[in-house]
Write a protein of this length. Sequence first.
Length: 195
Amino acid sequence: MPATTVKGAAPDRAARREALLDAADRIICRDGPAASMVSIAGEAGITKPILYRHFGDKSGLYAALTDRYTGRLLDNLRAALGAGTDRRDRVERTIDAYLSAIEAEPEVYRFLLHSDEAVLAHSQVRSFTRRLADLLADGIALELGVPPARAAAWAHGIVGMVQSTGDWWLENQTVSRRELVAELSALLFGGYATS
């Protein structure tokens, strides 16, 4: 006999999982890498064993959150890469989209890259970085007509530069986001060679 949905019945497993991820997101935005399963369970109004039942352990929860965060960021970066009036404008929009994301949710960024679980889920973050670099490489090869290997090398270099600079900037913020976007764009468009 097929299952029926009764008004007021417990939400289905997928909806419950999303609600738990929402609760985890709120705690991570507040606590960053120090977020605990106890705090997340408390925010969700459940016990830790119930949270474990949905995700297995903290690394399972981390993996689900990483998918959520990196998927959202990749969508924003894809949109920025597709917008703009010319190459420089697209570069500036894309760098700004990345820096805006880490500025808006610095504890999420720290959780993804600097928590104990970041070591366990390093492959997910690397996968995101590769997908972004591959997307950028495709655009570089198409727009500039350079060989794929050169486009890939440039793309990975650009992604690494922006990620490393974003990490430094979050801790120091000696310049505004707008100034940092301008500086990184100037560097990519020959600033180092012409200075």
